[in-house]
Ligand binder design. Structure first.
Ligand SMILES: NC(=O)c1ccc[n+]([C@@H]2O[C@H](COP(=O)([O-])OP(=O)(O)OC[C@H]3O[C@@H](n4cnc5c(N)ncnc54)[C@H](O)[C@@H]3O)[C@@H](O)[C@H]2O)c1
Ligand SMILES: O=c1ccn([C@@H]2O[C@H](COP(=O)(O)OP(=O)(O)O[C@H]3O[C@H](CO)[C@H](O)[C@H](O)[C@H]3O)[C@@H](O)[C@H]2O)c(=O)[nH]1
Length: 327
């Protein structure tokens, strides 16, 4: 199979590229390198530099790659930034996704996997979130993903394009073989920031909000290992022969931001210098997945079901690559 991976130079996409290669598939990455890294893409993988907001550039990428299936990761994905630039987020994520969906239809692609998000939900109770939990995004970022999910619904109805919307909870960790990791130029994610603080590369970590209705007052998230996420993509592809589907992808375990900090302290053996700060706009209190549907339909289950094990892979990659992909 020939796969086109949009956003394959980024964190999740680069790990999925490795999983596809490991499974013997032919892969082309399309990315504008606005947030990703050329060196995150293995030399043996085809690469097209293009901005998917540009329809003609997207069409050219599809013509060049001639894919059988598409995995669409490219986009802007920061909750806090989306609260400050809502229209940019809606524009960029929706326009680029409509271009990818439109070109998939135009080039006869039958299958697409889309990176959706737990940020579609705004948790109102402590129960894990199923695929049928109410969609009520707390941020324009989450809203942009909800809009693309609906576009994919209509692309199937009208054109028979089968899609899997994978609603990732919080991706973390790094390739267990050390081939890839998380490296954002302006890092905002909790695990890498806590690691860099423990390693003395950052002076302090601020935990956003101590007054959420959770056990210690900080937000609770379901951290899923990025290589487990990658395997979820491979697991859903066969289903797309016959139907579209939507899945929540997480471990089912929730950890508070403070518990993540404690995990980093355990794994590194060093203290994290942290303090409480105000809430970050757009953050729901608690997002924990019920991934029963994915498990039942595909047999997928996370190999990493323990936060320390996830954090340990991220720490190893960071220690091996103190400057990330610039090393
Ligand atoms: N990381 C998470 O915890 C998480 C959780 C839920 C959903 N997601 C979704 O998964 C996807 C990947 O997330 P990530 O953490 O790897 O993000 P990332 O920022 O590391 O990677 C995104 C990639 O897309 C590329 N890109 C962005 N805009 C583009 C454009 N217009 N044209 C071409 N390429 C473009 C960037 O250069 C980058 O390589 C995103 O769609 C995100 O919303 C991520
Ligand atoms: O310096 C920081 C950074 C984060 N946090 C907290 O840590 C938790 C996790 O925050 P991240 O920024 O690591 O991740 P998000 O939950 O904001 O978002 C991630 O997971 C979401 C799904 O849950 C989205 O899809 C999104 O793309 C992806 O970045 C949140 O409660 C946040 O408030 C802090 O306290 N301090």
């Amino acid at each position: 199979m020939r796969y086109l991976v949009t956003g394959g130079a980024g964190f999740v996409g680069s790990h999925v590229v490795l999983a596809l290669q490991d499974a013997g598939h032919t892969v082309t990455v399309v990315d504008d390198l606005s947030l990703g890294h050329r060196s995150a893409i293995p030399a043996s993988v085809g690469f097209i530099e293009a901005d998917l907001r540009d329809r003609a550039a997207t069409a050219a990428a599809f013509a060049g790659a001639a894919p059988d299936a598409v995995l669409h990761f490219a986009g802007r994905s920061l909750v806090g930034e989306s609260m400050r630039n809502p229209l940019d987020y809606l524009h960029d994520n929706v326009v680029s996704s409509l271009n990818v969906i439109g070109q998939s239809v135009a080039h006869g692609v039958r299958k697409i996997v889309f990176s959706s998000t737990a940020a579609l939900f705004s948790q109102t109770n402590a129960a894990p979130l199923t695929e049928d939990s109410p969609i009520d995004p707390s941020s324009p970022y989450g809203e942009s993903k909800a809009m693309v999910e609906r576009a994919l619904y209509w692309a199937d109805r009208a054109h028979g394009l089968k899609s899997a919307c994978l609603r990732y909870f919080n991706a973390g960790g790094a390739d267990p073989h050390g081939r890839a990791g998380e490296d954002h130029t302006f890092e905002t994610h909790l695990i890498p920031l806590a690691i860099d603080t423990a390693l003395g590369r950052l002076p302090e970590l601020v935990v956003f909000g101590q007054d959420y209705p959770t056990r210690d007052g900080s937000c609770i998230r379901d951290y899923v290992h990025v290589s487990d996420l990658a395997q979820a993509h491979l697991a859903v592809l066969p289903l797309l022969e016959t139907r579209s589907a939507t899945y929540n992808v997480g471990t089912g375990r929730g950890y508070s931001a403070v518990e993540v900090v404690q995990s980093v302290e355990r794994v590194t053996g060093r203290p994290v210098n942290w303090r409480w700060g105000p809430r970050r706009a757009g953050d729901p209190a608690r997002l924990v997945a019920d991934a029963t549907r994915l498990r039942d339909d595909t047999g997928w289950h996370p190999q990493f079901d323990d936060l320390d094990a996830i954090v340990a892979t991220a720490v190893r990659w960071r220690q091996a690559h103190p400057h990330g992909y610039a090393d």
